[in-house]
Design a protein around this ligand. Structure first.
Ligand SMILES: *Cc1c(COP(=O)(O)O)cnc(C)c1O
Length: 736
């Protein structure tokens, strides 16, 4: 796959590329790394494992995969678990292997080079902002599939934010909670109903250490002790609070039992621990943030704790509010009303009693900060309103979501016109290094000279994807599609054997799907507004599309509903039933247990990524951003990020592009008519464009039109819709 174009990049390598090159030629080294004892190897592997840098740098995963490939796969690619299960014999044998020693030495050298290199922040921002320190608060972080501390898109975005902050060198520390049970594990019963399992994780096999510090956080009448745990994500430190200590009362230990698990009262108290406890933890560690970034309203109490501190130091209410606002950055993540936590005033006053007392903050002052209309005695305290009042920089997560948010929060600002509402937008992105399949990265590098891992906010090299060799590109697509087919078979067989399905059914799963057929993916939380079953609106019409012998189409679904979301679980069940429908059987599959690994497999292998939420309920959505870097194409409602991403040539838009309006009544009242309209539009796209374009082959066997669209998608989307660009945008809010 050598190309004329790669020389252009070699002559002017980005810094990150230089670092990689300084490390990579190790495979061409003539001198092998020195012998190493098993004990030394264990120490070195443990050091590597304790920094999650491995989660987005394949070079640092290689020694673990080499140590024991079977255990590596069985532990969801957990370095520490792989190491824990490696006995002395395994380790001794590995140390005899030159390949293993080389992989270990390379990984260590790469991590050391990474930690000492000059970053974008060092070059561009540090001199003007020597003291900058951003404290980023979020209720969930998705960093890797072996660390199940996330439920979906919010956590994935936060995890990707941390990784990009590390790559760019942004001085950011993150604050969160450590959940003993994480989020739930999903299984489907024989009838497609969801089974909810809460495993207990062994923290010894997680790359999370104990700082030895304990805070005492006032939560209502209790003093909750929480230890401060630490997780290193490259350069970014993440501090997680764990209240599961024997000295706490049983109900207080529940505060960090599970993610989004409890009743509103428990949820509110969890948020006291996150916000108030999180600020206390930073103080305990001697960290002085210059900005606090509240990622979603869950973290609002961090700003309230800061307010109480300023008040306690003698500032007036107004001056203290101004000081907090000067530090506050707030990102709102949903236009769905139910997605904004609201708690009765009494509940909040009780939960924050000692914080309010410390700052001498009155009930009226709290109401004025947390209510849209402070004098409305019926109105509860809204976490989002608190954030709007206590942060001077507020943003939605896509251009359209910014507009919707301005309209939505007019009341909170007491203005009539949306344009008077000071909410902007920073469009979300994805962390390329975490989502890009290493085989695709090698393809772009060799074929087009694109360094997908460049550590700068923008990576305009992606433009060169447009000129990739069509035949080589199509071969890469075939390889990635074959991988997702293999992945699906393996997962389906695993689920079927666990359920005890009949042998014939298991056998069918082992050979299901066609690695050459047009493959359409849909994977995300099964929240109802995302409308997972939309494509099944007219089963017979769909059956004609997928069942065409000459032009077969197949769908791979995955998703997880919140354990209390019966509507979402009903959607999961509907999809499950459709996989068994006689007209669709074999062409529609549903993968059990949606997590980052499943997501990665699907976004890399699927030809088309389907996204059909109720507009404009998808604030951004990020799964679709993970496909173009693999040559996949989006077919989406013009919602969330897609109105910014779609240019008419790099994908497909479902529905009427002019349908821009939004009202709650519309979202619910006119639901069925809208669903029918959107389904009709989707079927027409499939029948008239998507399927014909995929199967229309030239004499060289290549689908020319398809490849042109896929390369337009790859050249135009990954640069802008990356968290490197996003974090670069936030850097302005962090310093300006
Ligand atoms: C990317 C990703 C998401 C986000 O999906 P959207 O619905 O497109 O926002 C959720 N969960 C996982 C595991 C992901 O990888």
């Amino acid at each position: 796959m050598a190309s004329k174009k790669s020389s252009a990049v070699k002559s002017k390598p980005a810094r990150a590329a230089r670092v990689k090159q300084a490390v990579k030629p190790a495979s061409r080294r003539t001198v092998l790394p020195a012998p190493i004892t098993p004990a030394e190897a264990r120490t070195q592997l443990r050091e590597l494992a304790m920094n999650l840098w491995w989660s987005w740098n394949e070079v640092a995963r290689r020694p673990f995969a080499a140590l024991d490939p079977v255990v590596w796969n069985a532990t969801k690619h957990s370095p520490l678990a792989t190491l824990a299960y490696a006995g002395e014999a395994t380790l001794s044998a590995a140390c005899e292997e030159p390949g293993f020693r080389l992989a270990l030495a390379d990984a260590r050298a790469a991590l050391a080079a990474e930690m000492s290199r000059e970053t974008w922040w060092d070059r561009e921002k540090r001199a003007a902002n020597p003291k900058a320190c951003i404290a980023y608060f979020c209720s969930e972080y998705a960093t890797h599939e072996s660390i199940q501390q996330y439920s979906g898109g919010l956590g994935v975005l936060a995890g990707d934010h941390l990784k990009s902050a590390s790559d760019l060198g942004i001085p950011l520390v993150a604050v969160g909670l450590y959940y003993r049970h994480g989020y739930y594990i999903q299984q489907f019963a024989e009838d497609g109903s969801t089974k909810v399992l809460y495993p207990v994780y062994d923290r010894a096999t997680l790359p999370i250490s104990d700082t030895g510090h304990v805070i005492e956080c006032p939560v209502g009448a209790s003093t909750v002790r929480a230890r401060i745990l630490r997780m290193d994500v490259g350069r970014t430190r993440v501090f997680l609070l764990d209240a599961d200590l024997p000295e706490n009362a049983p109900e207080d230990r529940l505060l960090t039992e599970g993610l989004y698990k409890g009743e509103p009262h428990l949820r509110m108290r969890q948020q006291v621990l996150l916000g108030v406890g999180g600020m206390m933890a930073l103080r305990t560690l001697g960290i002085e943030p210059t900005r606090i970034h509240l990622n979603e309203g869950h973290a609002a109490f961090a700003a309230l704790e800061m307010l109480a501190e300023f008040r306690a130091s003698g500032l007036s209410h107004q001056s203290a509010v101004l000081r907090v606002r000067a530090a506050g950055v707030f990102t709102t993540h949903t236009p769905v009303a139910a997605g904004h936590d609201r708690y009765g005033v009494d509940m909040v006053v009780a939960g924050l009693a000692r914080t309010l007392a410390k700052g001498g903050i009155s009930r009226e002052e709290l109401e004025s900060l947390g209510r849209e209309k402070p004098a409305d005695v019926q109105e509860p305290i809204c976490m989002t309103v608190l954030c709007l009042r206590l942060a001077s920089r507020v943003n939605g997560v896509a251009k359209l979501h910014g507009e919707v948010s301005r309209d939505m929060w007019r009341g909170a600002y007491g203005v009539k016109k949306a344009k008077e509402v000071p909410i902007g937008h920073v469009t979300n992105g994805v962390h390329v290094g975490s989502w890009l399949d290493p085989r695709a990265a090698a393809f772009w590098k060799h074929e087009c000279g694109i360094d997908a891992y460049a550590s700068t906010p923008r990576n305009r090299a992606w433009r060169k994807a447009a000129s990739a060799d069509p035949a080589a590109f199509w071969a890469m697509r075939g390889m990635l599609r074959a991988s997702v087919v293999r992945f699906a078979r393996e997962r389906l067989v695993r689920a079927a054997t666990r359920r005890g399905d009949a042998p014939m059914a298991v056998e069918e799963f082992a050979g299901i799907l066609d690695p050459n057929a047009l493959t359409i993916g849909f994977a995300r939380r099964f929240a109802t507004y995302k409308r997972a079953p939309l494509v099944f609106t007219d089963v017979e019409r769909l059956a004609r599309i997928v069942g065409d012998e000459k032009r077969p189409v197949q769908f791979v679904f995955a998703g997880k509903a919140h354990p209390r979301d019966t509507g979402g679980q009903a959607y999961a069940r509907k999809v499950f039933e459709m996989t068994r429908h006689p007209l669709l059987r074999g062409r529609v599959v549903l993968i059990e247990e949606y997590d980052m690994e499943v997501g990665r497999a699907l976004v890399s292998g699927c030809d088309v990524w389907l996204n059909n939420p109720i507009r404009p309920h998808e604030a951004s959505g990020t799964s679709g951003m993970k496909c173009p870097m693999h040559g996949g194409i989006n077919c989406s409602i013009l919602d969330g990020w897609w109105p910014e991403g779609f240019d008419g040539k790099n994908g497909w838009a479902i529905g009427d592009a002019k349908d821009a309006g939004f009202s709650e009544a519309d979202a619910h009242g006119a639901g069925e008519a809208r669903d029918l309209r959107d389904a009709e539009s989707l079927y027409r796209l499939l029948e008239k464009q998507i399927v014909p374009d995929f199967y229309e082959r030239g004499r060289d066997g290549l689908p020319k039109k398809w490849i042109r669209r896929a390369l337009a998608s790859a050249s135009g989307i990954p640069d802008f819709f990356s968290t490197h660009r996003m974090v670069g945008d936030y850097a302005e809010l962090y310093t300006g």
